[in-house]
Design a protein around this ligand. Structure first.
Ligand code: 5RP
Length: 231
């Protein structure tokens, strides 16, 4: 199985949780894309769900597949959010935002009674932080916000390069919300809760990619099949 096959199998496992009548949150990324594809097939076969996409990309994909869509204004409470992750650590703590959609992903996950993560085995780590932590920041005052992130990190004994994310064409990456992403290369985040609390005190930080206490389970696919990681 290729890593992409694994992502599709994890997505297929999560689909078993979906029933007619559900209000779903749809994540963003290559694994979430598989979930939306498979969901589209079920909808074609008569599954009756209504969905809130967490990105413009997922919105367009789901719309193209004929999946009924709504917004959190019309449907503020969801039954289940299904999304990928960049890292799955202890206690189902996550790093997300590699695809730049972390703000909407977190809003969607927070609106859902339950969140299921889908991933290939490479995403499971003993300690979060090998994947650079994405922090979504307001462009205004970027230098001051970056310095504040550095100070918070230093207090927790974290160091590493903080890199403003750019697109392949060299332009600064802009999120669906019009913000920038600061990728924090800490390598290891031994106390994610303390870092999350610290980042949340910085006015220029819109949101960060630490998803702590959101996931209720994860389907993780490897070469020998799909396993479930529970709470
Ligand atoms: C996007 C995300 C994605 O879920 C995360 O980057 C995983 O992506 P992929 O499924 O492509 O590996 O958080 O902001």
């Amino acid at each position: 199985m290729t890593p992409d096959d694994m992502k599709r199998e994890a997505a297929r496992a999560a689909l078993a949780h979906v029933e007619s009548g559900m209000r779903l949150g749809l994540g963003h990324g290559s694994t979430a894309k598989h979930f939306v594809d498979l969901l589209g097939e079920k909808v074609r076969d008569g599954l009756d769900v209504i969905c809130v996409p967490a990105s413009e990309f997922t919105h367009d994909q789901a719309k193209g597949l004929g999946i009924p869509l709504t917004t959190l204004d019309e449907t503020p409470e969801l039954d289940l959010a299904v999304d990928g992750a960049d890292e799955i650590g202890p206690a189902l703590g996550l790093i997300k935002g590699g695809g730049g959609a972390l703000l909407r992903e977190k809003i969607v996950a927070a609106a859902a009674a339950s969140m299921l993560v889908i991933a290939d085995e490479s995403k499971v780590v003993p300690v979060l932080g090998r994947f650079p932590l994405p922090v979504e920041v307001i462009p205004f005052g970027f230098g001051a916000t970056r310095a504040a992130v550095e100070r918070i990190a230093a207090k927790l004994g974290l160091s590493g390069e903080l890199r403003l994310r750019h697109q392949p064409d060299g332009l600064v990456f802009v999120t669906d919300g019009g913000h920038h992403i600061l990728d924090c290369h800490f390598q290891q985040i031994p106390d994610p809760a303390a870092l999350a609390a610290g980042l949340s005190t910085i006015p220029g930080v819109v949101e960060h990619g630490l998803f702590l206490g959101y996931a209720k389970g994860a389907y993780v696919a490897g070469s020998s099949g799909v396993r479930f990681i529970g709470p």
